[in-house]
Design a protein around this ligand. Structure first.
Ligand code: FE2
Ligand code: FE2
Length: 467
């Protein structure tokens, strides 16, 4: 029945409902599909090419985590149903159909245009059907979700103006057939108790590709500006002021790697995915912060390079064209979080705090500000590492007792290696005549002209570069 106020909501309980209204089972279906989009973005997201698009997809991964978290919290408020309650395998088939795009640009349209539009329709239909007063908390959540989806829709419109593409017709037909098969999500899908949906992708042969990186952004050992300035790191506040925007810019590479952490850990609890999605978004933001500061100083990525010559995770590999990546084993995921959280992030606090104080005291408050926000984020990242390493160790079947002492030993070892490397560079007078050294001096001068540091000559020596 309709009224002037629109269609009348449908009653969500019947004689068999118990404590769970039908609308909550529908929320479980929607949460599964939103979590699938989160996984699909982690699976394909490292193929975006331009800087702003790499940054945007990291934000969307965090937005998706927020959508899933909101829905799960609401579902969890109803006794008798869990946020991880099984859902129909039809939804897995739909999500797999979107994941298995013929190419990257089709996957972009499959997610941002086709599946997101279907979801928004389902949400609008939901709030028409479900009582706006009795279930106001769900209405509120859905309004927030639809706002996020609208931001993604507008982002995709802008992306498509820059990257024109027409979705593959057969792929579109396959998705639409699956949407019809689930009745456009109009009702909760019946679940086969012995055969519920698994995470999108796990029952397919899909593999994420290696990250797609502009070849002009690659540097090679011996031509890396940050390695070149490392002998001056402790002694020169100007060298450190050049180091940090570039160092931060390169952290976007870590976020691209973290997409594989998430994609290849479908068995980990949702809370891990939520924490690490925030970690991933933060690292992309650090990348963008550093790049923003670089642009303030007129520095281009092509001049200074994007790859780490001395990456904490080893030499980065970016084949062109990208190739399917090997699955990250439980041991490898443990090792990566250990090195990032307990070695790199823990090991850099001291030099970051020193840089913050020195840039502030030298009158470069913009550079100081960039350091301070990062230090706050990093404090949370180290907490994530302490929270999840024991769980990841059990998952990998390895012993994690004493991991903090082991991390301290690795940090000391990395410091010794770095000190030796810096000492060797310092003793080589040949390095002062290399093209990269001349470029380094030119960049220092460029920053000095733009914003001289008042403590350039008076700042006392600080801690050496830790790794
Ligand atoms: Fe960071
Ligand atoms: Fe971090």
């Amino acid at each position: 029945m309709s009224s002037l106020l629109g269609p009348r909501p449908e009653v969500q309980v019947d004689a068999t409902s118990g404590k769970v209204p039908a609308s909550v089972r529908r929320l479980c279906d929607l949460a599964y599909l939103e979590r699938s989009i989160h996984r699909i973005l982690c699976g394909w997201g490292n193929q975006f090419y331009a800087w702003p698009d790499k940054v945007a997809v990291c934000r969307h991964i965090w937005d998706q985590a927020g959508i899933v978290e909101r829905l799960r919290q609401r579902i969890g408020q109803f006794p008798g149903i869990e946020p991880d309650a099984p859902v129909s395998q039809d939804l897995e088939t739909l999500a797999n159909t979107v994941l298995l795009a013929p190419g990257f640009e089709d996957a972009v349209d499959g997610v941002y245009q086709i599946l997101n539009t279907a979801l928004v329709q389902a949400y609008l239909d939901f709030i028409q059907q479900v009582h706006a007063i009795h279930d106001a908390p769900t209405h509120q959540i859905i309004q927030e979700i639809v706002t996020i989806k609208d931001m993604q829709r507008r982002w995709r419109g802008d992306y498509r103006r820059r990257q024109p593409h027409t979705i593959d017709a057969a792929y579109l037909d396959r998705i639409q057939a699956q949407l019809r098969a689930v009745d456009h999500l109009a009702q909760p899908r019946p679940v086969h108790p012995r055969d519920p949906a698994g995470p999108v992708g796990v029952r397919t042969n899909f593999r994420p590709y290696t990250p797609r990186i502009d070849p002009a952004w690659l540097t090679h050992s011996g031509t890396d500006i940050l390695a070149c300035l490392s002998p001056d790191f402790a002694g020169s506040v100007e060298a450190r002021r050049l180091f940090w925007p570039i160092g931060y810019m390169r952290e976007l590479g870590l976020a691209l790697g973290q997409m594989r952490w998430l994609y290849d850990a479908p068995d980990m609890p949702w809370e891990f995915h939520h924490d690490e999605s925030r970690h991933l978004w933060d690292e992309s933001r650090h990348g963008d912060s550093g790049y923003a500061r670089m642009k303030d100083f007129g520095l281009r990525i092509e001049e200074v390079g994007f790859t780490h010559a001395h990456d904490a995770l080893g030499q980065s590999v970016f084949p062109e064209p990208p190739v399917p990546s090997a699955p990250l084993s439980p041991q490898e995921l443990y090792d990566e979080l250990f090195i990032i959280g307990l070695v790199a992030e823990t090991g850099h606090f001291r030099v970051k705090r020193e840089a913050y104080a020195d840039f502030r005291d030298g009158g470069d408050l913009e550079s100081a500000e960039m350091m301070l926000y990062d230090i706050i984020d990093e404090t949370a990242h180290v907490q994530y590492a302490h929270k999840w390493l024991p769980v990841l160790a059990r998952r990998a079947g390895i012993e994690s007792t004493g991991y903090e002492q082991r991390a301290a030993e690795v940090r000391r070892q990395k410091q010794r290696e770095e000190d030796q490397r810096v000492e060797q560079l310092r003793q080589s007078s040949a390095r002062l005549t290399t093209p990269i050294y001349r470029q380094y001096q030119e960049l220092l001068a460029r920053l000095r002209r733009q914003r001289p540091l008042t403590n350039a000559n008076s700042c006392p020596p600080r801690s050496p570069k830790p790794m």
